[in-house]
Design a protein around this ligand. Structure first.
Ligand code: SAH
Length: 464
């Protein structure tokens, strides 16, 4: 290890910054956010630094740097663009054993500053030893996406219970089990969602009962249309902490690969023999697993509340007061539209968009045809592939023009995406000719005519 990492307390401590330009401004902000009492030496100041000085947030010494400026400081930062000046700052500070950093100049620095992820009081510092700052920033960007915004709140909340927990559990093992159950369970999610009052009650109850058992919860998570890049941060995080995952056909293998390796995987979709676990059994299974204290991830294609039976799956949990959460996902209509270059609304072509399901109920397609055939709108049909012929016919027989543009998008947003463009009259034959299969969406409306111009995504399936 070339550098020894430490976190230094600067609250109320005098620090010196030499240089008042843009780089100086960045450093000043950072030092002030750590509570430093800051003096800036520089003949001139960037406008924002000037305002900070006017507000009394820092002291400005309008002068060229001289060694005599180095007084009794805890920390010195040099941020001028003249290396000779930076060198004098560095030499003077080091002669007095004051830690000094020259921005982007490890050679002249006695300490270097890391890239940081700030979820105060949780702070993560990343360093590549000053060699490749860009790499440290890349690592930081990854961490930023992995660590939820509410983590600082959680850290503060937990710190507030530290003494109480210590007093309650003399045994280190027990204490660790308690904290793990709390920090990885629904209580932590509650805190991060801002419901600290409920979390505090729960915490007191757990402390009173010396309860170290993990609390089960169900996370109903939208996995988006198939492309892993379209997951939300929250979905990814919950995928990586689940104990068990229930998934079905719509969840692409690329997505399942992102679930925590140790998590138990349960397939609850259509089997080859076309047998599907009845919805009631899935509901009961979710309940049982959560009651066993598991963090259950119910992973759904697209968005769980859009033709996803999400409402049915959580009803039983709500009734039994099992903690659950719903995480929205990008619904396949949005994914398909974006990746096929078909804006769902457009000022010239469609003022509204309607999502419908082509699923038959009692053997016929029961949809509100007078509403669906009105002009100036886009209609997206989910689960409509098997009856594409009847659907297109119904649009026409209810008054839509035969040459109304219509498209089918198969496996939208994935490398296997295929888009076929036609009209209400030609689409069914095109679907057959191209052997389009599920999952696929049918999009009907004038906006489809924009696809040749606005389509930008070339999947490997279409490139072939
Ligand atoms: N909750 C899902 C929809 C479930 S219904 C969502 O929000 O997208 C299942 C139907 O969704 C499929 O029959 C198909 O019409 C559509 N679908 C899901 N993923 C798709 C994809 N990647 N490409 C095209 N259609 C998709």
């Amino acid at each position: 290890m070339e550098y020894f990492p430490i976190f230094m307390r600067l609250q109320g401590e005098p620090c010196l910054l030499v240089g008042g330009g843009e780089v100086g401004l960045r450093k000043a902000r950072l030092l002030l956010s750590a509570g430093a009492r800051l003096t800036v030496v520089s003949p001139e100041l960037a406008p924002e630094l000037m305002q900070m000085a006017a507000r009394g947030e820092l002291v400005h010494l309008a002068a060229n740097f001289e060694p005599a400026h180095i007084g009794d400081y805890k920390l010195v930062v040099a941020a001028t663009d003249v290396r000779a000046v930076n060198r004098v700052v560095s030499d003077t500070a080091q002669a007095r054993n004051i830690p000094v950093n020259v921005v982007d100049d490890p050679e002249l620095s006695s300490y270097i500053t890391p890239a940081i992820v700030d979820r105060s009081p949780l702070v993560i510092a990343v360093s590549t030893g000053g060699g490749v700052p860009v790499l440290a920033r890349l690592v930081r960007a990854r961490l930023e996406s992995m660590i939820p915004a509410g983590f600082g709140r959680l850290a503060r909340f937990a710190a507030g219970f530290r003494d109480q927990v210590k007093a309650r559990f003399g045994n280190v093992e027990e204490r660790r089990a308690f904290w793990e159950a709390v920090l990885e369970g629904p209580l932590a999610e509650q805190v991060m969602n801002g419901d600290e009052a409920a979390a505090r009650d729960d915490m007191q109850r757990r402390l009173a009962a010396a309860d170290t058992a993990p609390a089960g919860a169900v996370y109903l998570v939208g996995a988006g249309p198939g492309n892993p890049d379209l997951l939300t941060f929250r979905a990814l995080r919950l995928m990586q902490q689940a104990d068990v995952v229930l998934y079905d056909n719509l969840v692409a293998p690329e997505l399942l690969a992102l679930v925590r390796r140790d998590a138990e995987r349960m397939f609850v979709g259509k089997q080859r023999a076309n047998h599907t676990l009845p919805q009631e059994e899935i509901n009961a299974l979710l309940l049982r697993l959560a009651q066993e204290g598991k963090r259950v991830l119910r992973l759904k294609g697209g968005d769980p509340f859009t033709f996803g039976r999400g409402g049915e799956e959580i009803a039983l949990l709500a009734a039994k007061q099992i903690p659950f959460e719903v995480v929205p996902g990008i619904t396949s209509a949005s994914g398909a539209a974006a990746y096929a270059g078909i804006p769902l609304t457009h000022r010239d072509h469609a003022q509204s968009v309607t999502f419908v399901t082509g699923h038959k109920k009692d053997g016929s397609i029961s949809l509100d045809w007078p509403a669906l055939t009105r002009s100036g709108q886009t209609v997206v049909v989910y689960m409509g592939l098997a009856m594409a012929e009847e659907l297109c016919q119904a649009f026409i027989s209810h008054g839509k023009a035969r040459d109304t543009p219509a498209a089918v998008v198969e496996q939208a947003t994935t490398p296997r995406q295929r888009t076929v463009l036609g009209t209400l009259e030609t689409l069914p034959a095109l679907i057959r000719a191209n052997s389009i299969s599920s999952p696929a969406l049918i999009i009907v409306g004038e906006v489809v005519s924009l696809a040749p111009q606005l389509g930008w995504y070339r999947s490997s399936a279409e490139g072939a």
